[in-house]
Design a protein around this ligand. Structure first.
Ligand code: C5P
Length: 234
């Protein structure tokens, strides 16, 4: 898969999702979309099937973290939904990540891509030290978790576009960087702190950008999506 823009469907009601996707009905390329916990827990697997049937690629962002056997069996269920990307927490360890890959792999050898969350961006170095008792600096921890994910055979990590170059140099240029925190240069940041434009994310080497509100809350979501694609992919 080449570079692409992934639109975060951060809605909880089916009507909101379909009203949004209907706007892209006449587009030749249907956006790659991200289904997160909010939508999955409220609407279930049927929503995944319905969006897939409309021709969208899907990143199912459920961030699994459990014992290897449970993650393996759960990933097998997600793989049967024919999604394109799944994810988990690298903090679950290398054995858990390897088990996840086994669970995802279908009988014919195909599988969705699997990427890891390293440290959540909401976790500060202070929280790591005082609550989690992790004494190493946060940037080293993020890179160590990324290299654990690469060692386990995963396809990439979720990270900031600002970290994409470092991840590629430590884990290989084919190791995917899926990067949220994207804003147009003429728009508000919302609650994101470290943001880059789609064009800058491309320069920094991101493989996929994950864009939510700049598209979903735009007056013209199709135009905003096309602008992202124009800056990041074309
Ligand atoms: O609306 P916005 O563009 O900020 O949405 C970004 C999406 O990426 C949301 O679904 C958010 O949960 C997700 N995300 C993030 N930062 C991370 C990991 C995921 O913004 N570090």
């Amino acid at each position: 898969m080449g570079k692409d823009v992934i639109v975060a469907l951060d809605f909880s009601r089916a009507e909101e999702v379909f009203a949004f996707l209907d706007k892209f009905e006449s587009e030749s390329k249907k956006p790659f979309v991200k289904i997160g916990m909010e939508l999955f827990y409220s609407q279930g697997a049927d929503m995944v099937r319905a969006i897939k049937a409309r021709g969208h690629k899907i990143f199912l962002d459920l961030k699994l973290h459990d014992i290897p056997n449970t993650v393996k069996k759960s990933m097998a269920v997600l793989s049967s939904l024919d999604v394109d990307i799944c994810n988990l927490h690298a903090g679950g360890g290398i054995a858990m990540m390897k088990a996840a890959l086994e669970g995802l792999t279908r009988e014919d050898g195909s599988r969705p891509l699997l990427i890891a969350v390293t440290q959540l961006t909401s976790t500060s170095e202070q929280v790591m030290k005082e609550e989690l008792w992790i004494d190493k600096p946060i940037d080293l921890t993020v890179m160590h978790y990324a290299s654990n994910a690469a060692q386990a055979g995963l396809d990439g990590v979720v990270c900031s576009p600002l970290e994409a170059g470092k991840v590629h140099s430590e884990c290989g240029k084919n190791f995917l960087t899926v990067t949220p925190g994207v804003r147009f240069d003429d728009a508000s940041k919302g609650d994101q702190v470290r943001v880059t434009t789609p064009a800058r994310a491309k320069e920094l080497g991101s493989d996929y950008i994950v864009v939510g509100r700049p598209v979903t809350a735009a007056d013209d979501p199709v135009a905003a999506y096309r602008r992202c694609v124009g800056e990041f992919v074309d």
